[in-house]
Design a protein around this ligand. Structure first.
Ligand code: TRP
Length: 460
């Protein structure tokens, strides 16, 4: 991904869709969505998430891609080009992914560990005692070197950074083309099995039927944060991707496909994990970030040929996670390159130092540093809240205000090209209303509430 004249581009509509889906579909869908849905009321969370993804998520995704393609630049320079005064906002496109990528690699390491455990035939140990293995593993209390979460975090981070150093975007496109559909297929297979379990009905109802008493401000906050995270929004990634997009690719239509694929993957991951949580007698809301690692081994243990399915499942999740981690790292590296005139190698080295330093803190947060809980959170939750509940809503809010009221709104709407589609309706007016009024109001509320809850100003 080179700057100006040598700037690469996606190979066309499918190329763009696969690259964007590779970025969007990842741990956010498979690990993060189910544990949040479990925590925030099952069906209530699912419905809120889908509505916000289609309304706010889609609007923002279209906007960010249009900014990128219109300016042909990555985040900081894109904002500079739109209006020099607002260049400083573009820096969030460096800071936010830089906060996310270290903990993303830590979770990627956990997935890699589970894949290896199943491959060497130790899978049942992972499923025994309802999650005891998981807690022993992440707290670093297992004795062997390969039982240390730091080792797996470093392996995952090394693969990601190596891929970015080699500049493999084209490779990502190809890998995504095969593996994303494969991931969806294996999720469907596991879901079908889940539906045959005894005692599944009440769990299914918990996941699929929203209960009025489960809706709260926290549901909405959690859901909007998840929309940002799982669609790779509000972090510069899609502005960079937009700058690689060819002019003849129709932004709204391609965006729709990516958003729907991502929602479908999240939905299936939730269907795979949440009803099983209830069927295996776990209290809902108790799982937290470990939910997938505690529930899935129990599912595989009960499933015929479960260990084979487990190997395929964890392998596909690794691929989904690596393609997303690459997109996060690439955002940081390309911004460093563009802004500080670094070479790809130097920028990747700087990014590695950052990932190792912050990722180590996250790993230790579950072990040696477990007593260190700033604002009542472990290190992973702190980084997650900072990016997802504060920086991303802020960036999204400012983007909407600038595009809707400050920049040349018409130029961006023209860039989006609502009316070019032969079959599509002309959605420009709806978009304009969303970006000017609905999104800013929602995002302002989310941003304020994010600060209030993160810093514990008062309990909601
Ligand atoms: N969307 C990815 C996932 O769901 C993670 C991701 C990739 C991301 N790029 C991002 C999250 C940019 C936020 C911002 O796993």
């Amino acid at each position: 991904m080179e700057s100006s004249e040598t700037r690469g581009s996606f190979t066309g509509r499918l190329g763009f869709i696969m690259a964007a889906a590779g970025s969007a579909i990842g741990l956010g869908n498979i690990w993060r969505f189910p544990y949040l849905a479990d925590k925030y009321g099952g069906g209530a969370f699912l419905v809120t998430f889908i509505i916000l993804a289609l309304a706010v998520g889609l609007t923002l995704m279209i906007t960010e891609l249009a900014i990128g393609r219109y300016t042909g630049k990555s985040c900081i320079d894109a904002f500079q080009e739109l209006s020099a005064k607002y260049r400083v906002i573009g820096w969030l496109g460096l800071i936010t992914p830089a906060i996310i990528v270290p903990y993303y690699c830590v979770i990627g390491g956990w997935v890699t560990k589970y894949f290896v455990e199943y491959t060497v035939g130790n899978g049942s140990a992972a499923g025994a005692d309802g999650g005891a293995f998981f807690n022993d593993f992440i707290s670093g209390s297992l004795p062997g070197l390969f039982d240390n979460p730091m080792v797996w975090f470093l392996v995952f981070a090394a693969v990601t950074v190596a891929a970015v150093m080699m500049g493999v975007e084209k490779g990502v496109e190809m890998v995504s083309k095969i593996l994303m559909p494969a991931l969806i297929v294996i999720l469907i297979v596991i879901c079908i099995y889940i539906l045959t379990l005894d005692n599944i009905a009440s769990g299914l109802e918990h996941y699929l039927v929203p209960q009025p008493e489960d809706f709260s401000i926290k549901t909405v906050l959690g859901a909007i944060g998840q929309v940002f995270f799982s669609l790779s929004l509000a972090s510069g990634t899609l502005i960079t991707y937009g700058s690689y997009m060819k002019k003849d690719v129709h932004i709204p239509n391609s965006t729709k496909v990516v958003t729907l694929m991502s929602i479908l993957t999240s939905f299936l991951a939730g269907l795979m994990i949440i009803p099983a949580t209830v069927a295996f007698g776990m209290d809902t809301g108790e799982g937290g970030p470990g939910l997938m690692f505690v529930i899935m081994p129990q599912v595989f243990d009960a499933m015929p040929a479960g260990h084979i399915v487990a190997i395929a499942f964890f392998l596909l999740v690794i691929f989904a996670a690596v393609t997303s981690a690459i997109s996060l790292t690439e955002t940081v590296v390309s911004t460093l390159k563009d802004r500080f005139k670094m070479t790809r190698i130097t920028a990747s080295a700087a990014c590695t130092v950052l990932i190792v330093a912050l990722g180590t803190l996250v790993c230790l947060g579950f072990g040696a540093l477990s007593g260190f809980t700033p604002f009542g959170r472990d290190v992973l939750s702190l980084f997650d809240n900072m990016s997802d509940d504060i920086l991303m809503p802020f960036f999204a809010l400012i983007t909407c205000i600038l595009v809707g009221h400050v920049f040349n709104t018409k130029a961006i709407i023209d860039e989006i090209g609502f009316c070019e589609s032969k079959h599509g309706l002309c959605y420009a007016d709806i978009y304009s209303f969303m970006i000017r009024y609905i999104c800013p109001v929602c995002l302002f509320a989310v941003f304020v509430l994010g600060i209030v809850t993160t810093f514990g100003i008062f309990e909601i």
